[in-house]
Design a binder for this molecule. Structure first.
Ligand SMILES: *Cc1c(COP(=O)(O)O)cnc(C)c1O
Length: 371
């Protein structure tokens, strides 16, 4: 049996054709025609009027924070169970990340804990949809409205997902995506900010492009970054977007296969198939070891590796990150649900190119290790 890697993308549509077009026409920088095409098609897909392509999903968050003028002393509420990028953007802006625990079943932020964390300094709520199910977002929008807060929606793991039949990525004042190769559609490296607010979109466009000015190009009123996406990346994006529905359907099918194969295995918490407001799209197929299993995720991943199966641990909680502890953040805070997910959760191969045989192979290995 050969090794099953945790992620392999599928690039067998129009990717090659569009990339060749870039090379043959010489449009390889961020000035090429695929950029605008990808921006407008992607934005339309999530029912937004504006799309701003950037170099990855992490900098999309940096630009979003800057565009909303969140800075020194401001507080942003977000889940502790998420990728470092979310908090890094807040901290680098001089603002303070304030975290809430996770829901033990959906693994998303427990929205019932948000209101108690709101203070006069709170500027925004950063919603992060985790692993395949959207956050229960209506109560968040209601709170944001009532307290006059911005909503930043990190939809990096949610291409093609909906909440109550509305697209994920359509809810934030600014919403962000990543196109890293393990996302449902990929550009290698890449990201996008979407919004309906033309002024915010203009700010994001300026911030992505060093805040060059339209009139006096090299005279700067503000500091931006070079967060531009290349035409080569956007060419991949256009080709991948053509197949988003197919990819989401395939991921759902993979998730159902894994669930059928693993449902009788004791000791495992499987991903929830659906909530009242969405069916899981299984960005990754996560597993959480129940209390009865006498070892943690690290050990389990080691054993699976010996069975030729690639895995990744779940996120490590923000409030337990050494880098933030050293800054004096999150002293004596504890979020038991997220801490348990971080220690006992991991995910098994879930990439677009995963074959039916590999799914069987993975499930067999998981069973063998736990027997
Ligand atoms: C992948 C991911 C990001 C970061 O995207 P990159 O393109 O890798 O920088 C941000 N947020 C979430 C929730 C992600 O899953």
């Amino acid at each position: 049996m050969s090794f099953v890697s945790v992620n392999e993308p599928l690039l067998n549509g129009n990717e090659k054709k569009y990339l060749l077009e870039c090379i043959e026409t010489g449009w390889i920088s961020s000035e090429g025609p695929f950029i605008k095409q990808f921006e407008s098609q992607f934005a339309a897909r999530v029912e937004r009027s504006e799309g701003i392509a950037v170099s990855n999903g992490s900098v999309a968050l940096d630009a979003a924070i800057a565009a909303l003028e969140i800075g020194k002393g401001d507080e942003v509420i977000l889940p502790t169970f998420t990728i470092i990028s979310c908090a890094a953007a807040i901290v680098r802006a001089g603002a303070i990340p304030v975290v809430v625990d996770s829901d033990p079943v959906t693994w998303n932020m427990d929205v019932s804990q948000i209101e108690a964390k709101i203070t006069p300094r709170t500027k925004a709520i950063m919603v992060v949809h985790i692993y395949g199910l959207p956050v229960e977002i209506d109560p968040v929008l209601e709170l944001a409205d009532r307290y006059g807060l911005f909503v930043i929606e990190d939809a990096a793991e949610m291409h093609g997902q909906t909440y109550k039949n509305r697209p994920c990525g359509s809810f934030g004042h600014l919403s962000t995506f990543s196109f890293y190769p393990n996302k449902h559609i990929t550009t290698g490296e890449g990201g996008m900010i979407v919004t309906n607010d033309p002024a915010l979109a203009d700010r994001c466009r300026a911030l992505r492009n060093l805040c060059f000015q339209p009139q006096k190009r090299f005279v700067h009123e503000e500091l931006g970054w070079n967060f531009r996406m290349t035409n080569l990346q956007a060419a991949l994006g256009v080709a991948q977007l053509e197949r988003l529905d197919e990819f989401v359907a395939r991921k759902r099918w993979m998730g159902q296969c894994y669930t059928e194969l693993l449902t009788a295995v004791s000791g495992l918490q499987l991903p929830l198939a659906r909530t009242e407001y969405a069916d899981n799209i299984y960005w990754v197929y996560g597993l959480v070891l129940k209390e009865e299993v006498p070892f943690d995720a690290e050990k389990m991943m080691h054993l699976l590796k010996q069975h030729q199966i690639g895995t990744r641990p779940f996120f490590w909680c923000l409030h337990e990150q050494p880098v933030f502890k050293k800054m004096g953040l999150f002293q004596n805070e504890s979020y038991p649900v997220a801490e348990n997910l971080a220690r006992r959760g991991f995910y098994i191969p879930s990439g677009m190119a995963l074959t039916n045989e590999q799914i069987q192979q993975v499930a067999t290995a998981v069973k063998e290790v736990l027997l």
